[in-house]
Ligand binder design. Structure first.
Ligand code: FMN
Length: 178
């Protein structure tokens, strides 16, 4: 598929069919994420894939309760990817300190976009989720308090494959040639 066509095809899917996603497909998405660029090649990420139905339900119930219940649609997704933001390399941390930029978040964003684009290529729907209880996700997965989780990705075959019109600022507003 032409790259721009793939970019246009990718959209946040919030309604999923009750159909499993093969681990080979998930692995290709992780592979696309693994190959993403990162500051000083730090690769500050880890992807925990929850595709066991009982564990996935337990995680979704915990992550999306209370003020986070806006995203309860994730409960219907057969797969939840927990993206762990790891500590960047020493060089990247020095650069981040001097520039006052958290490069690891940029790195995670790029890796997650690689992930969801590969999923779109495979016909699998995804939604990046930033609104969840990090504390409860750690509890369900028995992760230490010091672990940083900035993003979840829900994943599954979309109920509807129709590509929605994208709501975006016009190109003239976001681009300037000098
Ligand atoms: C960092 C980030 C966090 C997001 N968090 C959520 C979220 O918590 N819940 C949700 O439904 N969508 C979330 N989204 C999806 C955006 O709402 C969506 O990408 C945007 O509205 C554009 O729509 P599209 O993805 O269908 O093109 C998030 C996207 C990004 C990049």
């Amino acid at each position: 598929m032409n790259f721009l066509d793939l970019v246009k095809k990718r959209q946040s899917s919030r309604h999923y069919l009750p159909k499993n996603v093969d681990r080979e497909i998930i692995d290709r998405c992780v592979e696309a994420a693994r190959l993403a660029p990162s500051a000083c090649n730090s690769q500050p990420w880890k992807f925990i894939i929850i595709d066991n139905p009982e564990k996935k339900d337990e995680l979704a119930d915990a992550a999306f309760s209370g003020i986070y219940s806006l995203c309860t649609f994730v409960k219907k997704a057969p797969v939840i990817v927990v993206v762990i933001t790891e500590k960047s390399s020493y060089a990247a941390r020095v650069g981040a300190f001097l520039k006052n930029i958290q490069y690891s978040l940029i790195d995670i964003g790029i890796a997650c976009e690689h992930f969801v684009l590969q999923a779109a290529e495979e016909g699998v729907g995804t939604c990046m989720i930033g609104w969840f209880s990090e504390k409860k996700v750690k509890k369900v997965l028995n992760l230490s308090k010091s672990v940083k989780i900035d993003m979840l990705i829900s994943m599954g075959y979309p109920e509807n494959n129709e590509v929605r019109k994208k709501t975006r600022k016009p190109i003239e507003e976001v681009r300037e040639f000098i």
